[in-house]
Design a binder for this molecule. Structure first.
Ligand code: ADP
Ligand code: MG
Length: 645
């Protein structure tokens, strides 16, 4: 191309493209998902800009927010065209060229570790997946603030940029021309593209159209006689065509009824014509606008996959509801089956993955104040009818309505999690009852599988997101009481199966007033502690708190169902049910050992220990170092020192 400037890619980008273009990765289909998702993002952006400045949209065709696919079999090329925001020359260079995007090196690292290329979109470099199927790509783009440019590259270490003065003017938006590799000719098939759009892009909220070509033979009246005033098909409008079809059908029925009509039929001849038309591939009706009762589990699962871009996963749970009143909105939220790797490493940096829409207009996919940090693992979408549209994101952030939405979302999220927990309890109970009954007839395979899944769902959830619940207890005072029953622990009576606090209370000894717990580094460490030993001997259950967060949690809660929590390693632990004799004996022993305690205190010095006391808490271990009631316990000290949080 004349006047093109050729520039090298930054080394990392070049390396990444090299890996992609030579990849033997079998799931090359994903390129279409990535490009369509970019097109949809660009459409979201222009629609957002148009809220405050309608002229941005342009007029006529340019204002149609849609995505068009077409195939050029001669050139072995497919094109994806959007009427989105487009890119200025500078953006073209920054986004697709010289500068490495922040996810590039992370993505490269993953690829070197044998990671799945399917994840490419999550690293913010999805565009380059086009080189799974192409050996040459042109990006033609027109932004309202700049001229039309063309970017082109053979993924050979460099790209070229030039002003596109001769090309067909786009008006606004981007067209990506994909020249297919010899090994990727299957994508010239319209059926294949159609299938991919249906599989990957069903929930794109813009019409995706494809130029379809088909040949059609039809009977037309021979001219001269009573040639009906039929125009050639190309000149017919859609409506006229449909009318003509309907009319024909009507005729057929009549002919069936009255055979003698046959003779009156006008003379016709067969003509074959080629028809090309833009056909919609998706029905782009927003799922969240439908009444919840009308959406199947399968549709929710598909929607989750589209939203999360993790199509290999099924969600663990979903909630879909409509809030009415001063602040109206619709929301769909999902619990993913696994936690993102960096969920807790980067807890405070994590943004919610619940998208915000206002009256169907996409506003943001990480709106800070939509959900509290502890719920940032949820995937979903909120569409508000009552929030203002024509204000900046910053203003929206301050809007009162947002608080109402947030509060409601949190409640609904907790309900969803609670349901999962309740379902597990129920399923496990049923499974046990079945065992007892010695289930004679084998349950139907499908049902059995469902029951098993329900019985494991909360366990799965808890191992992925239990820490989030704990952070919720620590940070979200207003929901603390709702979250506490959702926690699970191992204990001296339930060392292999996580137990809830309700389970614990249900097993409490008569007269027991406290819920005993011990904090430690591991289950084994806690289980073999002398503190636990003494309590066990007396028949009390001790909860094992082995997650560093547990101690923070316990600092924030005092009781569960009127039973106070008691750390068995704290000095004033009182065991219920002592009789008078025992108390007397204790007093006597304390007197007796006073000199020893005193000697010991002096020997160790006050810098090393706060006090030396005679205690009843041990069974076979002679002495133990404990932390004082108000001091930090050992684990807490460890956390504070290492600044884990
Ligand atoms: P991501 O979409 O995660 O940002 P991509 O590699 O898919 O990463 O795209 C890189 C960037 O290129 C986008 O953020 C966007 O700025 C720009 N871009 C890609 N495709 C288009 C398009 N069709 N219209 C406008 N900008 C686009
Ligand atoms: Mg993208």
């Amino acid at each position: 191309r004349s006047g093109a400037e050729t520039r090298p890619f930054q080394a990392e980008v070049s390396r990444m493209m090299d890996i992609i273009i030579h990849s033997l990765y079998s799931n090359k289909d994903i390129f279409l998902r990535e490009l369509i998702s970019n097109a949809a993002d660009a459409l979201d952006k222009i629609r957002f800009l148009a809220i405050t400045d309608k002229s941005q949209l342009g007029e006529g065709d340019a204002s149609k927010l849609e995505i068009r696919l077409s195939v050029d079999k001669d050139k072995k090329m497919i094109s994806i065209r959007d009427r989105g925001v487009g890119m200025t020359k500078e953006e073209l260079v920054n986004n697709l060229g010289t500068i490495a995007r922040s996810g590039t090196s992370a993505f490269l690292e993953q690829m070197q570790k044998g990671g799945d290329l399917n994840l490419i979109g999550q690293f913010g470099v999805g565009f380059y997946s086009v080189y799974l199927v192409a050996d040459y790509v042109e990006v033609v783009t027109k932004h309202n603030d700049d001229k039309q440019y063309i970017w082109e590259s053979k993924a050979d270490g460099s790209y070229a940029i030039s002003e596109d003065a001769e090309g067909e003017p786009l008006g606004r938006g981007t067209q990506i021309n994909i020249y297919l590799k010899d090994t990727a000719m299957e994508y010239l098939s319209e059926d294949k593209l159609k299938e991919l759009v249906q599989r990957y892009s069903e929930f794109i909220n813009f019409p995706i159209l494809m130029l379809e070509t088909r040949t059609e033979s039809k009977e037309v009246p021979v001219e001269g006689e009573d040639a009906a005033e039929e125009k050639p098909a190309e000149e017919q409008s859609e409506q006229e065509k449909q009318k003509a079809e309907e009319a024909k059908e009507g005729e057929t029925v009549e002919v069936d009824d009255e055979d003698e009509e046959e003779e009156k039929k006008p003379k016709t001849k067969t003509v074959t014509e080629t028809i090309t038309e833009w056909k919609a591939l998706n029905d782009n009706q927003a799922l969240w606008l439908r009444p919840p009762g009308n959406v199947s589990d399968e549709e929710y699962a598909k929607f989750y996959k589209a939203l999360s871009k993790r199509e290999w996963e099924e969600p663990l749970a979903h909630t879909h509801f409509k809030a009415e009143g001063d602040v109206e909105f619709k929301a769909v939220m999902f619990v993913p089956p696994t936690a993102p790797q960096d969920l807790y490493d980067n807890y405070y940096g994590k943004k919610p993955s619940v998208k915000l829409y206002v009256r169907r207009v996409f506003i943001s996919d990480s709106f800070e104040d939509l959900l509290p940090k502890w719920l940032s693992f949820l995937v979903g979408l909120v569409d508000s009818d009552t929030m203002p549209l024509n204000v900046s994101r910053e203003m929206l952030q301050l809007h009162e309505g947002l608080k109402v939405i947030k509060k409601k979302l949190v409640r609904k999220a907790i309900d969803m999690i609670k349901k999962l927990a309740d379902a597990e309890v129920k399923a496990q109970k049923e499974a046990e009852e079945k065992k007892e009954e010695e289930a004679k007839e084998e349950e139907a395979g499908e049902e059995k599988k469902k029951a098993e899944e329900a019985a494991q769902a909360y366990g799965k959830f808890y191992s992925a997101f239990g820490k989030s619940l704990k952070m919720g207890i620590i940070e979200d005072t207003s929901n603390r009481r709702r979250l506490l029953p959702l926690l699970r622990f191992y204990s001296s009576k339930s060392p292999d199966k996580l137990a809830s606090l309700a389970d614990y209370v249900g097993r409490m000894k008569e007269g027991q007033k406290h819920i005993y717990y011990l904090v430690g580094g591991s289950k084994d460490e806690v289980a073999s502690s002398p503190f636990v030993e003494a309590l066990e001997e007396k028949g009390y259950e001790v909860l094992y708190m082995t997650d560093p967060l547990d101690e923070y949690v316990m600092q924030n809660v005092q009781e569960f169902e009127d039973k106070e929590f008691a750390n068995v390693s704290k000095e004033d632990l009182k065991l219920a049910g002592k009789d008078e004799d025992e108390k007397k004996r204790e007093k006597k022993q304390k007197e007796e050992f006073k000199p020893l305690a005193k000697w010991w205190q002096e020997a160790l010095g006050s810098g090393a220990v706060g006090a030396v006391k005679v205690s009843k808490r041990l069974a076979s271990t002679p002495c133990v170092v404990v932390s004082s009631k108000y001091g930090w316990s050992a684990t807490m000290e460890r956390i504070a020192r290492s600044q884990t949080l």
